[in-house]
Design a protein around this ligand. Structure first.
Ligand SMILES: Cc1ncc(C[n+]2csc(CCOP(=O)(O)OP(=O)(O)O)c2C)c(N)n1
Length: 351
């Protein structure tokens, strides 16, 4: 992780009481989460981590073509997607297992997609694994070309506005994606047309192996927002409560007709880029990334609140293990797409 990312992470805490007297509420209540919702954020983070680990294992065994680990991104993704309503729209990207799961994709659906099976909701086994989409959950279809989901999301948000619907669209991408023209075009168009979109950048400080400093002359993605007249904000992506509060505020602004927000969540990419791309980072850099693992930090918070203990943690892990084992078994046995499906949803009818 770059020094810039580390420094900003340390500063990026949502203030608990603003200018008034300090709040007596626990932080999760302060941001509007019940005890149960606060624990459920953690549960989703844990299941997502275990799915991500299982996919990497299966890819190394040669069972999956590719796995794209999300370790370190869980807090940012789970907490942000939970700020949306079911009627809102989301564009994920390839590192989005936690967001997909927290939105409602089951472990079984994630495995069907990972195995490229016909019943996979993302594309029926036709797109690359890891390009998460789900019609019933308003998770929109994405391309493998990084950043292209940004203008698509702006278009979806514009459609909601034109139709007079109050749906908000969120779009996820990495710091590398933010180097694409799609980011600048999308942000500019969203600002000019005042569309209800939240651009959510997961800045893990590295794009495959290119450090953020080699992509950006300024220290943060969020500060680019000013050039487009848009609100830009940086948040500690390892802190799910801060992420939830920040995303809720952005979603509400969008819903009130106050236009787009650019959120930059500083996260750590703990694992390698994908199962197919080895890690070029030094051991010290990987240690530094691992030190910012959001799971133990949030577990410690919940223990401090009396919401988690050893027995609950063990039960949660056991449920995750059996849920994933069953999902793998079902996906392994599920049929591949028929060859005749190859052109379905690719070309329109010829009449
Ligand atoms: C247009 C385009 N160029 C290059 C690639 C190859 N590529 C795949 S992932 C990736 C890195 C993107 O990094 P970032 O957006 O920071 O996300 P991260 O992988 O770190 O989560 C690149 C360059 C691509 N998919 N699309």
């Amino acid at each position: 992780m770059s020094p810039t990312v580390a420094a900003t992470r340390r500063q990026a805490r949502v203030p608990s009481g603003g200018d008034g007297p300090p709040s007596l509420l626990p932080r999760h209540r302060e941001v509007g989460l019940t005890d149960q919702q606060a624990v459920d954020l953690y549960r989703a983070m844990v299941v997502a981590r275990r799915i991500s680990e299982a996919c990497l294992r299966l890819a190394f065994q040669g069972t999956l073509d590719v796995a794209i680990p999300a370790d370190g991104h869980e807090a940012a993704q789970v907490a942000s997607i939970r700020a949306l309503r079911p009627t809102d729209f989301a564009y994920l990207f390839y590192r989005s297992i936690p967001a997909a799961y927290a939105r409602g994709m089951t472990a079984r659906e994630i495995m069907l997609d990972s195995f490229g099976r016909a019943a996979g909701p993302s594309s029926g086994g036709k797109n690359l694994p890891g390009h998460w989409a789900h019609r019933g959950l308003n998770l929109m279809s994405i391309s493998g070309s990084v950043g292209t989901q940004i203008p698509n999301a702006v278009g979806t948000a514009l459609a909601s506005k034109v139709r007079g619907e109050d749906a908000v669209t969120i779009v996820y991408f990495g710091d590398g994606g933010a180097s694409k023209s799609d980011f600048h075009e999308g942000l500019n168009f969203a600002a000019v047309h005042h569309v209800p979109v939240v651009l959510f950048c997961e800045n893990n400080g590295i794009a495959i192996s290119v450090p953020f400093e080699k992509q950006s002359p300024v220290g943060s993605i969020a500060e680019r927002a000013a050039a487009y007249g848009v609100l830009g904000t940086t948040v500690d992506g390892g802190d799910p409560l801060a992420v939830y509060a920040t995303t809720c505020a952005a979603v509400e602004r969008a819903r009130r007709g106050q236009g787009p927000t650019l959120i930059e969540a500083k996260v750590s990419r703990i694992g390698q880029h994908t199962s197919q791309v080895g890690d070029l980072r030094t051991r010290a850099e990987i240690r530094e990334a691992t030190a910012h693992d959001p799971l133990p930090a949030y577990a410690a918070y919940l223990r401090g609140q009396g919401l988690l203990d050893k027995a609950r943690q063990a039960a949660l892990e056991a449920r995750a293990t059996s849920e994933i084992a069953q999902a793998i078994e079902e996906a392994r046995d599920a049929p591949l797409p028929e060859p005749s499906a190859a052109t379905r949803d690719v070309y329109g009818p010829t009449t």
